[in-house]
Design a protein around this ligand. Structure first.
Ligand SMILES: C[S@@+](CC[C@H](N)C(=O)[O-])C[C@H]1O[C@@H](n2cnc3c(N)ncnc32)[C@H](O)[C@@H]1O
Length: 217
């Protein structure tokens, strides 16, 4: 059965659209929050779980002066695009792309690998975010940070207005609200806590999106 929280991420048009709308989703407000919540030192090894088009990973690589990037996604089409973006980068950082479905597969990284892990707009799509967060925790280095950016519940009208503005029809946005905004901000914090993260801080980007950050102590 179709997962109502999930888009069709194999559609080449959706892949392109996601890349083209990157700066709308990851604008100044997002990066200002990240600077507040994350100790802005260099982060050598970065992974993006559900990396989509790879534009965030490319951007984060520059901002955190990374040396190695991991791109994970269940969509081969997304990963193909991400590979092109990362290959074309003038900074030529080393990277790997991996096709992994976190609903069925494990995170394919050794313990003690990552300085920074990120997931953007994917937490609500995966079957078991608690199990996923624990796996991410296991592959973080000490003092590594996990940033979760996702939709949250509490403000359906603001969510619907925003979705309509980006091209979704209103009826569909209403139907998708309980699936895309299935977590409260508290739920995300609790998931990070139960996975083992400490010093959890979070900030609302607007009425329906939150960034939460946990540290591996
Ligand atoms: C809404 S898109 C966001 C992409 C990117 N993070 C961004 O913000 O531009 C969600 C991404 O998560 C991926 N995804 C969803 N469920 C997944 C799963 N179970 N395992 C791996 N990737 C998944 C999709 O293929 C898609 O690329």
């Amino acid at each position: 059965m179709e997962n109502p929280a999930k888009g069709n991420w194999k559609d080449p048009e959706r892949v392109k659209h996601l890349a083209e709308t990157y700066s709308l989703r990851y604008g100044e407000i997002f990066w200002n929050s990240v600077s507040k919540l994350v100790n802005q030192t260099d982060r050598s090894v970065i992974a993006d779980f559900g990396c989509g088009s790879g534009v965030w990973l490319h951007d984060a690589g520059k901002r955190f002066n990374a040396t190695f990037l991991y791109a994970f996604d269940a969509s081969e089409e997304m990963l193909e695009y991400a590979k092109e973006i990362l290959d074309a980068s003038i900074e030529s950082r080393e990277f790997e792309t991996h096709c992994v479905d976190f609903d069925t597969d494990s995170v394919p990284l050794k313990h003690n690998t990552l300085d920074l892990a990120f997931t953007g707009y994917m937490f609500h799509e995966i079957a078991n975010p608690q199990n996923f967060a624990k796996q991410v925790f296991d592959c973080m280095k000490r003092n590594g940070v996990f940033i979760v950016f996702d939709f949250v519940s509490g403000n359906p009208e603001e969510f619907i207005t925003s979705m309509v503005r980006t091209g979704m029809d209103e009826e569909r946005a209403r139907k998708r609200y309980p699936h895309m905004c299935k977590h409260a901000d508290d739920d995300i914090v609790k998931i990070l806590e139960s996975a083992g993260f400490i010093s959890i801080s979070w900030e609302a980007i607007d009425g329906f999106r939150v960034i939460a950050v946990g540290v591996k102590g």
